[in-house]
Design a protein around this ligand. Structure first.
Ligand SMILES: NCc1[nH]cc(CCC(=O)O)c1CC(=O)O
Length: 332
């Protein structure tokens, strides 16, 4: 081995990725590890951790504190220096990270759509009257109810393998999952049909991965920027801005999805559902779904945020209400 090579080896940057231990989270962390090794020549180790979001499986996430649940333990590891970066499904990450953290980059997006998964039926239309569909996402619930008011929507939590097992055990006639997770885990054959965005508008950031670091790690912010997929980053910024502008918590049924950029620019679509319509037997008359869309030229983050704000304003003008109430504390 040459002397120069030994020096290079000694100075290769060593980093640790904090990751949840679900099969999907590990796939995503391994994916980023491979990128950092091949593109930046870094030496990368994984640090597996269990988050509250992984532990609380008996209650709907919207009832126990929302998106931050999958992220917080990983951020503690970054703060304590046990890890240098955390890889997240952007869908699970709030637009505003806690003080002291930064989104260093957003990577290329996998299929952002939702998938219809069933052992007996090929599409939602094929489901018989009153069929049972599993999902714990309020967005999926209200969009499904809009398409098929007769369906019985039952809660479904757990990682992908758990959800598929519950389907296979016969607890549901069909379930709805993000196509991205299934494709990443080689489970594409479980997808019976992919929902058109007009039927099931995806969640903000669905299918995209983000890398989070401590904001004071300029070394990482600078190096990771070279891995960013700029079109995806702008698209998910517009989508996530809608979510933030509407008080974005997962106790509000909200969809936001961009198409393009095309000739006229980036098209942003959003749909808002009344949380009351998700509460069976609440006695409240739920408001109908509110839709909004706008096309604009988006060349930078400011323009992406402006597009997101404009669409959120349209939603509010259409009757959508900001989620003023934080989700109830566990047990409350
Ligand atoms: N809410 C859990 C979650 N977070 C990200 C994904 C899928 C992958 C992605 O959107 O990047 C999933 C599973 C699902 O919604 O089916």
């Amino acid at each position: 081995m040459s002397a120069e090579f030994q020096t290079a080896e000694k100075t290769a940057k060593k980093v640790v990725i904090a990751t949840r231990e679900s099969r999907l989270a590990l796939w995503q962390a391994e994916h980023v590890k491979a990128l950092l090794e091949s593109r930046l020549g870094w030496q990368v180790e994984l640090l597996g951790m269990t988050t509250q979001g992984d532990q609380i499986l008996d209650r709907s996430l919207s009832k126990v504190g929302g998106k931050g649940l999958f992220v917080k333990e990983l951020e503690v590891a970054l703060t304590e220096g046990r890890a240098d970066l955390a890889v997240h499904s952007l869908k699970d990450v709030p637009m505003d990270l806690p003080e002291g953290f930064a989104l260093a980059c957003v990577l290329e997006r996998e299929d952002p759509h939702d998938a219809f998964v069933s052992n007996r039926f090929a599409t939602l239309t094929d489901l018989p009257q009153g069929a049972v569909v599993g999902t714990s996402s309020l967005r999926r619930l209200v969009l499904l109810k809009a398409l098929r008011p007769d369906l019985k929507i039952e809660p479904l939590r757990g990682n992908l393998d758990t959800r598929l097992r519950k389907l296979d055990e016969g607890q549901y006639d069909a379930i709805v999952l993000a196509a991205a997770g299934l494709k990443r885990l080689g489970l594409e054959s479980r997808i019976r049909s992919v929902f058109a965005q007009a039927d099931m508008l995806p969640a903000a950031g669905q299918g995209a991965l983000g890398i989070e670091v401590r904001a004071d790690r300029a070394d990482l912010v600078e190096a990771l920027a070279t891995l960013a997929d700029k079109p995806t980053w702008l698209a998910v910024t517009a989508e996530r801005t809608v979510s933030r502008a509407m008080g974005g918590s997962c106790s509000m049924p909200l969809a936001a999805f961009t198409q393009g950029p095309g000739a006229q620019g980036m098209q942003l679509y959003a749909a808002w559902g009344d949380p009351a319509s998700a509460e069976e037997g609440s006695g409240l008359a739920p408001k109908p779904l509110v839709h909004a869309q706008k096309t604009a030229i988006v060349r930078n983050f400011e323009e992406a945020e402006a597009l997101g704000e404009a669409v959120a304003a349209q939603l509010r003008a259409g009757g959508a209400v900001w989620a003023a109430n934080p989700p109830a504390a566990p047990g409350a």
